[in-house]
Ligand binder design. Structure first.
Ligand SMILES: [Zn+2]
Length: 385
């Protein structure tokens, strides 16, 4: 673009990992200025105030580059002079900019890619924290913490990633996060970030615009925004949408088994009763290009969502591979009800997704909403660099 950029870095993570807390920490540094650009960079460094008074406009990359580079540290690209290519509030290009999202002064950016004729936008309900041991099962901490460092309480940050698919004919929302109906006790444990509607709004989507909602399963962190409280009633958050889940999953939610604590009936029973939620029996096409496929393991009837257009495929694989740190066949969560089946399902998934170059969408990765999975030289699954 012919812009002369110099760079300063600040501590913080690109991806859904930027929380409002971090944004408010940035606010005093940034003052009333707007961010010129942000990009992925190397190791975290302290924010340098140099040149910040030149900040203006908001520049985010366009096209494929946006989704190609992931994770890492936020980096502000600071123009010495106001560049003509810096325009507030729109996507634009700069030589250093990678994918990412940042919440500053109420402005949200999210990753967006085209898949054939479809457009995919990664939106998030925010970040929550779970025990690292729960997330990695029998894997020794000395191994998993290299990929996902835990805090002093052994908690690891996790994303609540949803994907919005615009097919041209339909607006499809895959997964609906934690929502805002948690009990006080659950809020104490998990927090209640409740960002999803705000992020959808930033993506230009009102609740009325969504005509299909797909839940991979009914654990509370995957279907929370299915419904909202209106007075003493429960109402559909997306009033014009048809909702979909597997019938077996819905039945299981009522069986009071080991994971009973993860189910909140208000997230789905009112929709089943009103007929707004369809209970599926096995693999199914929802609309052209959007289908579901059952991969047992995490629960018996958890379904992944396949998005296919123009010969390309993306797959919201949900808790079968919750983050990009869970690619190894045997790195199975303690939460999984059927860990051996998780391994078998992952094998079945990789056998198709790797050779066919599917884009894998991670439900709980706080910084990598999606990536292509490849087999490295040692036969290990890895995210394509
Ligand atoms: Zn789950």
């Amino acid at each position: 673009m012919g812009c002369d950029w110099s760079r300063v870095s600040l501590t913080g993570h690109v991806g859904t990992g930027v929380s409002p807390v971090q944004a408010s920490q940035l606010a005093p540094v940034l003052g009333g200025t707007k961010v010129a650009a942000l990009c992925a960079a190397g190791q975290p460094r302290r924010l340098s105030p140099r040149g910040l008074w030149n900040l203006h406009g908001i520049v985010i990359p366009t096209g494929a580059e946006r989704s190609e580079r992931r994770g890492g540290t936020l980096c502000l690209a600071v123009p010495e002079q106001p560049p003509s290519c810096a325009r507030p509030g729109r996507w634009d290009t700069c030589p250093y900019v990678g994918g990412g999202r940042l919440l500053i002064e109420g402005t949200i950016f999210m990753q967006r890619i085209n898949l054939g004729d479809f457009e995919l936008t990664a939106v998030s309900d925010g970040i929550y924290h779970l025990d690292g041991g729960g997330m990695f099962g029998v894997v020794p901490k000395s191994l998993w913490e290299r990929k996902l460092p835990a805090d002093a309480r052994n908690l690891v940050p996790l994303g609540l990633n949803s994907v919005l698919v615009r097919t041209g004919s339909h607006t499809v929302l895959i997964e609906t996060g934690v929502g805002n109906k948690l009990s006080e006790k659950m809020v104490k444990i998990y927090g209640q970030p409740a960002h999803l509607l705000q992020e959808l709004n930033a993506a230009g989507i009102a609740p009325d615009d969504v005509d299909i909602v797909i839940n991979t399963h009914l654990h509370f962190d995957h279907c929370g925004w299915n419904t909202v409280r209106q007075g003493d009633k429960i109402a559909a958050t997306f009033p014009k949408a048809k909702y979909y889940v597997q019938e077996g999953e819905w039945k299981h939610a009522h069986e009071h088994q080991r994971d009973a604590v993860s189910y909140i009936t208000e997230n789905y029973d009112p929709l089943v009763q009103s007929g707004q939620m369809t209970l599926l029996r096995g693999d199914a096409e929802i609309v052209p290009g959007i289908s579901v496929r059952v991969y047992p393991g995490h629960t018996r009837n958890m379904q992944a969502v396949l998005v296919q257009s123009g010969g390309q495929t993306a797959c919201y694989i949900s808790d079968l591979i919750p983050t990009s740190a869970h690619l190894d066949l045997n790195w199975v969560m303690s939460y999984d009800l059927y860990p051996i089946e998780t391994i078998e399902s992952r094998k079945r998934y990789y056998a198709q997704a790797v050779p066919e170059k599917w884009l894998t969408i991670f439900t709980h990765d706080a910084s990598v909403p999606w990536a292509h999975v490849v087999e490295d030289d040692r036969g290990k699954m890895a995210v394509r660099a």
